[in-house]
Design a protein around this ligand. Structure first.
Ligand code: PMP
Length: 405
């Protein structure tokens, strides 16, 4: 994997910010887009633009083909059994909201229970509060230890006859922890409980095979894996998706409509009301092809090397607290400069052309766990280099000197 060659695929990376070469280390928030993805979007609008499904004309058929081929690509990428299991959404958030609404409507009664981990992104907490808790369900929390590892031996004691679903992230966007999802799924299935895996931070780093994992639902976002914003996936086992009611009503998701009664379309369209982001779907196809050409294993190996290198270098500075010490981690480095506010550190790094994220990263319970207002988060992608890590380290040293002396 020749990083300097790969970087040429990403035009945004070659710009200067405040006179410095951009060092983009905010990849957990969103990834940059390779030229092939940008080209695919441009080509769609200049050559194929037309609304999908139900059109008899050439362009509509072409656009439908692009959209449905993207679905097949996702199916193969995560090794789903059938295209019916792949629902296009606008991202992980919408995928989880879709499931939380439908699942709660169908299966949740007052007094039922859900298990959610302490390290979830808000988008895997709030939808369950909106729909399940509001139906009278109780949310139980699977905690993590100070290294940022889930306390899996507590899982059994949280499960009861009333547990209806377990919702857990594959990878923590704040701590970088790769959770032992397989173990959780196995335990859940011993009790016939389905599991939702939030793969928003996993899809771009790890090989995901939903059949091997045997997860019941999985959510992901295209923009985290080099595709456009506004496209994501809800994967669900067909047996559940068949039973679940639709989330939104509108065009495309129906079979017949009358004022007395409406019947719904077959899967997956039952869950895709209205005009979908078909351009985004095409961009996701292109992005997944791009990742396949490089090889997800090569990407994760490179990112792991960057993470190890960055962790050592940041530790060497001294006076830095790192959050997330799990044995199995992906390329997320959350830290604070002792005695300084994360926001001030982020501002100084920004002035040096280094883009990191600061704050709670939509994981307030993690901040509560550590009793901190937030962290500085550097997150690496396939195009980051060791020189960029050096720039980060120099930047942190400078910030530390300015802020704590
Ligand atoms: N889950 C996790 C773990 C995430 O990191 C994110 C995005 N930061 C989401 C869910 C939500 O993704 P999106 O905003 O693309 O819907």
């Amino acid at each position: 994997m020749n990083i300097n060659e790969l970087r040429k695929d990403f035009p945004i990376l070659s710009q200067k910010i405040y006179g410095h070469n951009l060092v983009y280390l905010d990849n957990a928030a969103t990834t940059q887009k390779p030229q092939c993805v940008l080209d695919s979007v441009m080509k769609f609008y200049t050559v194929y633009n037309s609304n999908i499904h139900r059109g008899v004309h050439y362009l509509s058929e072409k656009a439908t083909e692009i959209y449905e081929n993207a679905r097949l690509k996702v199916k193969d990428f995560i090794n789903a059994k059938s295209r019916s299991e792949i629902i296009f959404t606008k991202g992980s958030t919408e995928a989880i909201n879709t499931l939380a609404y439908s699942f709660s409507l169908k299966y949740i009664k007052p007094g039922d229970e859900l298990i959610i981990s302490e390290m979830e992104h808000h988008s895997n907490i709030v939808p369950w509060q909106l729909y399940a808790q509001n139906k009278g369900a109780v949310i139980k929390v699977l905690p993590f230890d100070n290294n940022g590892e889930l306390l899996l031996d507590k899982l059994e004691s949280l499960i009861t006859e009333k547990t209806k679903i377990i919702c857990v992230t594959f990878v923590s966007n704040t701590l970088g922890t790769v959770n032992d999802i397989e173990k959780i799924i196995k335990k859940a299935h011993e009790h016939n409980i389905p599991v939702l895996v939030d793969a928003a931070q996993a899809i771009q780093h790890l090989k995901i095979d939903v059949q091997r994992l045997d997860c019941d639902f999985l959510a992901l976002s295209g923009h985290k894996i080099y595709a456009e914003t506004g496209i994501g996936i809800l994967y669900g086992k067909e047996k559940y998706l068949e039973e679940l009611p639709p989330y939104q009503g509108g065009g495309d998701m129906i079979k017949n409509v009358s004022f007395e009664k409406t019947t719904y379309a077959e899967l997956p369209l039952k869950f895709e009301a209205g005009t979908s982001n078909f351009v985004g779907a095409g961009s996701l196809h292109t992005a997944l092809d791009y990742v396949d050409r490089i090889g997800i294993e090569n990407i994760s190996q490179h990112e792991k090397q960057l993470l190890d290198y960055a962790t050592n270098k940041v530790e060497e500075i001294g006076g830095i607290t790192i959050y997330g010490r799990a044995k199995n981690k992906v390329s997320v480095l959350s830290f604070n400069v002792d005695g300084a506010h994360n926001y001030d550190v982020g501002m100084i790094l920004d002035k040096l052309g280094i883009a990191v994220r600061t704050g709670q990263h939509c994981t307030e319970p993690i901040m509560t766990h550590f009793s901190i207002p937030g962290t500085v988060r550097a997150s690496f992608a396939l195009y980051n280099t060791f020189e960029e890590v050096d720039r980060l380290v120099e930047g942190i040293k400078r910030a530390k000197k300015m802020l704590v002396g």
